[in-house]
Write a protein that binds this ligand. Sequence first.
Ligand code: TMP
Ligand code: MG
Length: 212
Amino acid sequence: SETESKQRGLLIVIEGLDKAGKSTQCKLLTKSLNAINIPSKYLHFPMRTTAVGKIIDDYLNKRIELHDSAVHLLFSANRWEYEAEMISDMKSGVTLVVDRYSYSGVAFTAAKPGFSIDWCRGPEIGLPRPDLVIFLSLSQDVAAGRGDFGEERYEVDTFQKKVLSNFKQLIEPEWKILDASRPIKAIQKDIKEQVLEVMNEIGECVIERLWT
Ligand code: TMP
Ligand code: MG
């Protein structure tokens, strides 16, 4: 039937350092996919509007202190609370364009003393596995040249350097690494090309799970 043969939506994740242009690119992509009748939705983790997200927001803005392990689990919980919605969106044909995902979760916590990449992956196991991960690559020095960081926790040069080295350990062969020092339009063109290519390949494939 028509319903059965309908292509599912994709899970597209864009990762990278702060100021790599992730949000700009995600929003442009969502808009341009919708314009060509590929229903798509922009998601940004952490999703600060939920109950869990509000605690994360308080923590990032230094209004509260939390145990590093607890914060890690909250970031993960903030993805899990969207799991059912992500699955149902994809099944109904909506492509999700996601600004940060489990890879940020792992790369940031593992930049703290005493946290291994392996331990950090634990709570992410079983989340929907992205069909495409695009990594916007920028050296921390170029990122820093794009202006001052804000006041949030983690917006510190030395910490970001550790995060970048963790991201490099998470990169899988199928990730698309794009040079984020180029103009916005050039990057967007590459992203869109990658997305349309993956869309042709995925068809009705099942949704896989992370790190299983
Ligand atoms: P944002 O700048 O994209 O809103 O993200 C806020 C901060 O949270 C940013 O410094 C990255 C960090 N972060 C984590 O530490 N763990 C996570 O799981 C996510 C999604 C973000
Ligand atoms: Mg930020």
